[in-house]
Design a protein around this ligand. Sequence first.
Ligand code: AMP
Length: 176
Amino acid sequence: MNLEDRIKQAMVDVYDFPSPGIVFKDITPLFQDPALLNDLVEAMAEACKNERIDAIVGLESRGFLLAVPLSMKMNVPFIMIRKEGKLPRECHSISYDLEYGSSTIEMHKDALKPGSRVLIHDDVLATGGTAEAAAKLVLQAGAEVAMFQFIVELSFLKGMERMLPYSPCVTTFARF
Ligand code: AMP
């Protein structure tokens, strides 16, 4: 079975979570299959072998899970983007709209060196609002978005279109 089918087979659709009408893509079973995880992290590293990547940025919280092993494999720093009020030192900060209401995410001001080329990783690309806000934080820090990587893409929500102005290089490993 190819990697995409293995990921899809491991994931579970949870209907009406966290609210009615939403089909939540539960990735937690992937983490019970070390061989699959290992192959996925290998594929993530392979997908950026022709890019210069100076740092991996992971989005709270499920985006942290594979951003860390990828950063270790690529021997580059891992940097966390967290929800407002969680990081203890001076931060770049950005607010963005959600379907209902808004959210704010932050990154330490000294986390990225200006000019560094960054890979942004999260578990699921849905509308793209979160990853777009993360890209804006990376730009605020004077760094560049080299590429995005997501485990899962919900292509019917067209989040990909919001990524492309920041980087033409967007890799997703299982598409719905
Ligand atoms: P968005 O900003 O709409 O692209 O949403 C991305 C964030 O929300 C990611 O961090 C995902 O973890 C989470 N998310 C959004 N929709 C879903 C879904 N249907 N299943 C699982 N996670 C989701």
